[in-house]
Structure formats: C-alpha cells, structure tokens
Write a protein that binds this ligand. Structure first.
Ligand code: 5GP
Length: 248
C-alpha cells in the first residue's frame, strides 16, 4: 500500500512524502513582507521549479552537493530528505531591499558602501537571518555558533560555498545580460551530517535579478519578486520572461 502525506514547506512549496521518497511541489502561492501580502500567479510554481532544476544541475556539475534528485515535470522536484539548518544565508553584490532599509534607518550595515539603491558592494557581503522565527531576524556568526546550529568549521564551509554559488550564478547570468544583485539560500544536513545546498536556488523568488542594459543607463529594471513587492509589473509575465532569458 502506498502512503502519501503532504504538508506546507515554507510559504510557496508543499512537501510530499511518498513511498519513502521526498518531493517538493512548487505552487503558484506568492507572499511578501513575512507573509503580510499573499496572492497566486499562474506559471509561478512551474517557473521556479524549472529554474531551480536548471541551477541545481549546474551546481552539481561544479561540485557543490545539493539535495536535488530529479525533476518531475512540470512543477515537482524529488529531493533528498535533510535536516534543515535554521538559518537563511544572504549574499549581496549590490545595495537593495532590507539592506537599503537599514541604511535609511541610520544604521551602517557595511562600512565604505554608498548608501543608495544599486550601489555596488565590492567583493560582496554575506548575511544570516533566522529561518523559523515569525519574522526573519538578522543574526551574527557568534549567535549561530552559540545556538549550536553550526560549528566554526561548518560555518566556514557555508561561507565558501555561498561565495562559489555567487560566482557561478553571476557569471552565467552576466552572459545573458542579467545582474545578480543578491540572493538567499538554505542548507541542510544529510544522514551522514554532510552539508548540502537545500530548498531552491536561482529563482526570481529568492534572487534579485536586474537587467544589465537598464542598469548601465541608471535604471533598475527588476526581473524578480520585487515587481510584486513594490507593484512594478505582472509577476507571471516577469517570471516567464526571466525563465526564458536564463534557460532558453
Ligand atoms: P532582503 O533581505 O533584501 O529583503 O532580501 C535579500 C535576498 O533574499 C533577496 O534576493 C530576496 O529575494 C531573498 N529573500 C529574502 N527573504 C526571503 C524569503 O523569505 N524567501 C525567499 N525565497 N527569498 C527571500
């Protein structure tokens, strides 16, 4: 007899367990601002599943271990079951989003950077937030160690891995005239305690993509969830457009 269970994994994906295997179903659910804004958009789940598949396969070829096992068209992915590390890892190449907000509040998230939307962060910067609290809260490396979530060695691995993921994605995207302004990723541990890239990667839900030509002309043209967050366009149109630019 087959047993199937389904539950929510995050705000936009469902996790399905079937015959001892684990699957992510990418849905059309869309949320922003810690779930305050909610909607559904056609094609969104499929675009994010196909794009994650595209990037996970590239990461595996580049020697970065991931939880990806198989793509089940159109919007399901088989994954290895992991114990998720309760932090979100953010890499930033340009000032935007919550980093810009911190500058506007008079904080100084990183010294030596121009506090304006679109300013480049030389050599990039990494940040960590909590994952399972009601609101994502910025945490420092000491809190991660003190909470027992990671050892120094594991944190070093995640830092190095995130830097490489940035280099790989940025290089591929620039060939297609797209700037990777920032992104969020997650990691988990397998049964052996090895750290694998988890969740999704390289989607317009978890990255800021900017059109490079527009940027050169001083305009930020978002090709990601910022069009929904700040009501700058139709999410389904933009997601299909970025999917085609990256994958076709
Ligand atoms: P920010 O902290 O500036 O709002 O976001 C930084 C990066 O992380 C952006 O690329 C944003 O899309 C991504 N990000 C932040 N929070 C979430 C989240 O809850 N889910 C996903 N998928 N991405 C997020």
């Amino acid at each position: 007899m087959t047993s199937v269970t389904r539950k929510r994994a995050g705000k936009s994906k469902d996790i399905i367990k079937k015959d001892g295997k684990t699957f992510f179903e990418f849905t059309d659910r869309t949320t922003a601002f810690d779930g305050i804004k909610k909607d559904e958009f056609p094609h969104k789940g499929e675009v994010c599943c196909r794009l994650s598949t595209y990037w996970f396969e590239i990461m595996e070829r580049e020697g970065i271990p991931t939880h990806f096992r198989a793509f089940v068209p159109p919007n399901i992915m088989e994954v290895e079951y992991l114990e998720i590390i309760p932090i979100e890892v953010i890499w930033r190449n340009f000032v935007a989003g919550s980093m810009l907000k911190r500058y506007e509040l008079g904080e100084n998230p990183k010294t030596g950077i121009e506090p304006r939307l679109g300013a480049r962060i030389p050599d990039g910067t990494i940040e960590f937030t909590t994952k399972f609290e009601e609101k994502d809260r910025l945490i420092d490396e000491q809190e991660i160690i003190d909470s027992g979530w990671l050892t120094h060695q594991e944190l070093d691995y995640i830092r190095g891995c995130t830097r490489r993921i940035n280099e790989i994605m940025s290089r591929h995207l620039l060939e297609k005239g797209i700037i990777l302004a920032d992104f969020k990723i997650e990691f988990g541990k397998d049964a052996e305690g090895d750290i694998l890239l988890a969740d999704e990667v390289g989607t317009p839900d978890g990255c800021r993509f900017w059109d490079q030509n527009s940027y050169k002309q001083g305009v930020i043209e978002s090709l990601d969830k910022d069009v929904y967050r700040y009501e700058k366009g139709d999410l389904s149109d933009v997601y299909l457009r970025i999917y085609r630019r990256i994958c076709e």
